[in-house]
Design a binder for this molecule. Structure first.
Ligand SMILES: Cc1cc2nc3c(=O)[nH]c(=O)nc-3n(C[C@H](O)[C@H](O)[C@H](O)COP(=O)(O)OP(=O)(O)OC[C@H]3O[C@@H](n4cnc5c(N)ncnc54)[C@H](O)[C@@H]3O)c2cc1C
Length: 462
């Protein structure tokens, strides 16, 4: 399809008049702020930015773009902006102002508008004794995270967030507002649950919540020089724990910033972070083999479900960053040694964090009625990333994250995790072949002109 770079001012007025939110073109006051993603490393320059405030705004914007041959990039926070293709000539359709959330404690469900952040759901859900399948960060968007799978602290017990979605409200490229669930628009419903946002613009999701009043969770901090010992011990320990335990092993370089407590500031650590869905006594018994290694700091305690989003210490303000991830079929001793060689205490690594998450449990079982990511065969998931305030650092961090991936090549699975693939890649690189081919057919049916730009594109002919 063709796309138009220049939009006549008067033509844009028709969109402005139809939109409750705001519309910005290059040169407008507010354009730069409107196009700014959470990840400040991204510098997209779309032909128009629509700050939608309702599903009706989204539908107007989609119809406007389609009638003028423009492509559309839906976006919430912009946490996942790095893999996006250049948006020159396209419309950036942002949902950040659509943050309405409704919790229904009787049916144990939440309805979140497309711009909701995870903290908008976890906090009110927690007040009702319920937990959502949020990720590690409170300010990642519910929608982008969930469309790409969504793997959080309850993943080994309850699976991917995508497979707990019960309904999606979505504007398809033909401008129609549709409701997709198990009985309506089954293909659309399948595609949005793990296939990314390639078939339309989601305006709201409904999802199951789980009864969790409190759980045993925390982190063990060890001096970074003990990385090999800690990762070997953690990896062995993951073979012993029930599905109620989700954990990760990590090498963390804490930034030298005033917000961080002084004893951690500017230091590097080998860490284990874990959450156990159960009582403190059993949790302490489960964690004991790692605790007996003698951590420098031990934060394990009973916490509320919303507090889980603080455990990983993700950045609370927008920052420039680069990273990359990979599914690992396994993470044996030789893989740990390979990782230590490129990212351990003597590697001179610039990476702020290199983590390996333990999968298995519910993630490894075919979720009933699942979407595009029904089950994950890989046993572990690696992510390596760092902050990139300068172009030189960006190049170095990108190179080092790739080096970690390369060092683990022998243990990599045949495709990677949708949400952790931060470099440009087709959906074929982040879905199983069967899912990818089904997604291609659905894309061809709902979006034959490739009007929707998604994090991982779905070309029609490969
Ligand atoms: C600090 C941090 C922590 C993270 N932790 C986790 C984690 O624990 N587990 C995990 O699985 N992932 C995690 N991620 C990855 C995260 O899930 C992805 O970056 C995700 O894409 C972010 O979603 P978003 O809506 O915030 O971002 P956005 O950049 O706004 O969206 C990402 C993509 O989602 C699609 N999309 C967004 N909104 C819509 C919409 N309304 N309609 C259609 N498509 C849409 C688009 O393709 C868009 O490009 C983390 C990322 C960061 C930066």
């Amino acid at each position: 399809m063709t796309s138009s770079n220049a939009i006549a001012g008067r033509d844009l007025e028709t969109l402005r008049t139809a939109t409750t939110g705001d519309v910005f073109a290059p040169g407008d006051h507010g354009y730069d702020e409107a196009r700014r993603a959470w990840n400040l490393a991204t510098d997209e320059r779309p032909s128009v930015v629509v700050m939608a405030e309702s599903a009706a705004d989204v539908a107007h914007a989609v119809r406007y773009a389609r009638s003028r041959g423009m492509r559309i990039a839906p976006q919430g926070t912009g946490h996942g902006s790095e893999p996006l293709e250049p948006l020159e000539g396209a419309m950036l359709l942002r949902t950040v102002r659509m943050r309405g959330v409704r919790i229904d404690s009787d049916s144990r469900t939440a309805r979140a508008e497309a711009g909701a952040l995870w903290q908008d759901v976890t906090v009110p859900a927690g007040q009702q004794g319920l937990a959502a399948l949020a990720g590690t960060s409170p300010n990642v968007g519910v929608t982008g995270y969930t469309l790409g799978g969504g793997m959080g602290w309850l993943a080994r017990r309850y699976g991917l967030a995508a497979n707990s979605v019960t309904t999606a409200e979505i504007v398809t490229p033909d401008g129609r507002v549709r409701r997709a669930d198990a009985d309506h628009e089954p293909d659309l419903f399948w595609a949005i649950r793990g296939g990314g946002g390639s078939v339309g613009v989601v305006t709201a999701l409904e999802m199951r919540l789980y009864p969790v009043r409190a759980l045993y969770a925390g982190a063990l901090f060890f001096p970074v020089q003990r990385s090999a010992e800690v990762l070997h011990a953690w990896s062995a320990w993951t073979g012993t724990v029930p599905d109620e335990v989700t954990s990760l092993g990590r090498i963390l370089q804490v930034p030298f910033v005033p917000e961080v407590p002084e004893r951690l500031r500017g230091r590097a650590f080998a860490m284990v972070e874990a959450a156990y869905l159960g009582d403190g006594l059993t949790g302490a018994e489960l964690i004991q083999p790692l605790r007996q290694l003698g951590p420098e700091l031990d934060t394990f305690a009973m916490i509320s479900a919303p507090a889980l989003t603080q455990l990983h210490m993700d950045p609370d303000q927008p920052a420039p960053g680069q990273g990359d991830g990979a599914y690992l079929a396994d993470f044996p001793a030789a893989a740990i040694d390979a990782l230590i060689t490129v990212a351990g205490p003597d590697a001179g690594s610039l990476l702020a964090s290199v983590e390996v998450r333990h999968l298995g449990g519910a993630l490894a079982r075919h979720a009933p009625g699942a979407g595009a990511q029904a089950k994950i065969d890989a046993k572990y998931l690696m992510f390596a990333g760092g902050f990139t305030p300068t172009p030189e650092l960006a190049a170095a961090v990108r190179w080092q994250a790739q080096a970690v991936k390369n060092a683990l090549a022998a243990w990599r699975a045949s495709y990677d995790y949708y949400n952790f693939e931060e470099t440009p890649a087709s959906a074929s690189a982040v879905l199983s072949p069967a899912s990818y081919h089904r997604l291609q057919k659905i894309k061809a049916s709902y979006d034959p002109d490739q009007a929707i730009i998604s994090a991982h594109p779905v070309p029609l002919s490969t």
